[in-house]
Design a protein around this ligand. Structure first.
Ligand SMILES: Nc1ncnc2c1ncn2[C@@H]1O[C@H](COP(=O)(O)OP(=O)(O)OP(=O)(O)O)[C@@H](O)[C@H]1O
Length: 596
């Protein structure tokens, strides 16, 4: 896809304690890149490469970004999103999926609905072969806690994730950083192959080796957000020698260009006119050992480019490009193209969620934790007596603890769900991979199977050890009540996590809320002052405890000093309202996060 950009600017507002200052990060960048070409963005750290890449990729737009960016002469549109691949610097991947699983799930979600499941799987396999990932296709991606594929393989998986959709335009932010030169060369070779296939590739690059440098077709050199060079990579040394800058010793062109852009002119000749600008006593000049300061060199390079090349390049952009009319029409379309129907998205995300978290499901630590608590409870309330009033009071204590235990754990596991997946969610939503509602439902239901198996195990142990009433109906109702409590408590955890999106803040708020709900749960204080009594209605502990009391003692002796309870419908209603209400809050919070 022909991409042209004219006078691109980008501004941010820096807020100080008392003032707000506007800072321009890009100062009018002009250029173009065509299908079949690889455009490299180079420049010192902080020169604006990533910002420019984001503006070109449509990720930063007005009002902060100015100038114009067109794709086959059209403005950015939602349709275009599905034609653009974007590999960010710190790309996120699920650590517990294998390379093949990662690419296959991405293929299911991103490739058009017209392809069959088998065709999508085949495309994922083709990409694996194209990127030379066959040997590690069954290796887990890995992360900080799990050993996985190597850095180079990881980068290739990130690239694979994007080239799966056969994008017309591919953007990459430092795809080679941290890799040895051979691996880096291999990655750039892959990019060149993609470009040769008729695609347009734009990549930022930090310090390419000279072999790597010669693989680029076009080059943009940035210095402090200004354009120092745009043109053919093969012409860059010629251009700088025409403005009087040449290396004194043989050096890698990239090293020479970065030195210049940084204003470091050791081993570099500069035109004599710059020597006139040397100011004796200027600290910047002294830093450069009596040579012109970095600022003087920067200004000279910007001016030289402006006066010698910029106008010519701007004129070139005015020449119309031959573009297929059908493609033009499609590009203006505001319609999103989903790769799968809502239901398919849900089931793919559900399965992927189960695969990614399979190690948590069979975590012996969690099972031991629950079973150990059950055994301790069983011992403490061993064959408790429900015939005397004292015994009943004791047993009520056990029922209250059950409502606290199963109100506590689900909150603290659910709190992590969204903050942990924030980066992935933002990335996948930016690529329009699925609807938020499909993700939300898949994420909130894929944990349910285990969450419902553990309490059954727990209750089986407690029930028989503590000698609760042996009646299948009562056991079943107890399990059902605990399930409701768990799902309601999970809703609260999800809502807190999604609203704060910060694990520390969320756990702090979570613990205060859970403690308040526990204290208001009807066991510690029976007569709550009217002005605060509403808090009980928000407490799932309160409703669960009341339901458990009803289930266990309704048709039996009612402990005299325990609270009264009626039909139980109000409790069930309150818990069901919490199940949905808290989830709705979580969903709204996630939607808002996307708009930020
Ligand atoms: N939202 C922002 N608020 C404030 N400053 C910003 C913002 N975005 C970028 N900058 C600043 O703009 C400059 C350019 O940033 P950018 O990330 O584009 O540089 P870069 O050339 O990609 O650097 P690196 O090679 O180190 O990744 C930096 O000085 C950065 O601090």
């Amino acid at each position: 896809m022909h991409t042209q950009f004219k006078e691109v600017t980008y501004k941010v507002v820096l807020k100080g304690l008392t003032t707000a200052e506007e800072k321009e990060i890009l100062h009018g960048i002009t250029g173009s890149v065509s299908p079949g070409e690889v455009l490299a963005l180079m420049g010192p750290s902080g020169s604006g490469k990533t910002t420019l890449l984001n503006v070109l990729g449509g990720r930063l737009r007005q009002p902060k970004a100015g100038g114009s960016v067109t794709y086959n002469e059209q403005q950015y549109s939602k349709f275009l999103k599905s034609r653009i691949g974007f590999v960010t610097q710190d790309d996120v991947l699920y650590p517990h999926l294998t390379v093949r699983e990662t690419l296959t799930y991405a293929a299911y979600l991103r490739l058009p609905k017209t392809l069959t499941k088998q065709q999508k799987e085949q495309r994922a396999m083709d990409v694996i072969c194209e990127l030379g990932l066959e040997r590690c296709q069954d290796t887990m991606i890995g992360g900080s806690f799990v050993r996985g594929v190597s850095g180079g393989e990881r980068k290739r998986v990130c690239i694979g994730n994007e080239i799966l959709i056969n994008p017309s335009l591919l953007f990459l932010d430092e795809p080679t950083s941290g890799l040895d030169s051979t691996t880096a060369l291999r990655i750039i070779q892959v990019l060149q192959d993609i470009a040769e296939d008729g695609k347009t590739v734009v990549t930022t690059i930090h310090q390419p080796s000279s072999r790597l440098f010669h693989k680029f077709d076009k080059l943009i050199l940035l210095g402090k957000g200004s354009l120092l060079y745009f043109g053919k990579a093969s012409q860059v040394m010629n251009y700088f020698s025409t403005i009087g800058c040449t290396p004194l010793i043989s050096m890698n062109p990239a090293e020479f260009l970065l030195d210049l852009a940084n204003g470091n002119i050791n081993d570099v000749t500069v035109p004599s006119e710059l020597d006139d600008k040397v100011q004796i006593g200027d600290p910047e000049t002294e830093k450069n050992h009596g040579k012109p300061s970095a600022a003087v060199i920067h200004d000279y390079l910007v001016e030289s480019y402006e006066s010698r090349v910029a106008e010519k390049e701007k004129r070139k952009l005015g020449v119309p490009i031959p573009i297929n009319e059908e493609m033009k029409l499609k590009l203006t379309s505001a319609k999103r193209e989903w790769g799968a129907s809502w239901w398919q998205q849900y089931s793919i995300l559900f399965k992927r969620g189960i695969k990614e978290r399979r190690h948590e499901y069979f975590s012996w630590l969690r099972i031991t934790q629950v079973l150990a608590t059950a055994v301790v409870l069983g011992c403490l309330w061993w064959q408790s007596d429900s015939k005397t009033e004292k015994g009943l009071e004791d047993q009520a204590g056990l029922l209250f603890f059950i409502s606290v235990f199963w109100g506590f754990f689900p909150v603290f596991t659910a709190i992590f769900a969204f903050p942990q997946e924030r980066a992935m969610l933002l990335k996948e939503r930016a690529a329009d991979m699925y609807r938020l509602s499909a993700y939300f439902l898949a994420r909130t239901t894929s944990d349910l199977p285990l969450d419902l198996v553990l309490p059954v195990l727990f209750l089986l142990v407690v029930y028989f050890m503590a000698g609760l009433r042996l009646d299948a109906g009562i056991f079943f109702l107890t399990v059902l009540t605990v399930f409701l409590c768990i799902v309601a408590a999970q809703g609260l955890g999800l809502a807190i996590g999604a609203s704060l999106m910060d694990i520390k803040k969320a756990t702090t708020l979570g613990s205060v809320t859970v403690m308040t709900f526990m204290l208001a749960g009807g066991y510690f204080v029976k007569k709550v002052p009217v002005f605060i009594s509403w808090i009980r209605y928000l407490s799932f502990n309160y409703h669960t405890y009341r339901l458990l009391l009803k289930v266990h003692y309704e048709n039996h002796v009612r402990p005299r000093n325990l609270m009264k309870f009626d039909s139980g419908l109000m409790e069930v209603g309150a818990l069901v309202a919490m199940v949905f209400g808290y989830r709705l809050l979580a969903y709204i919070a996630l939607r808002r996060m996307r708009l930020k």
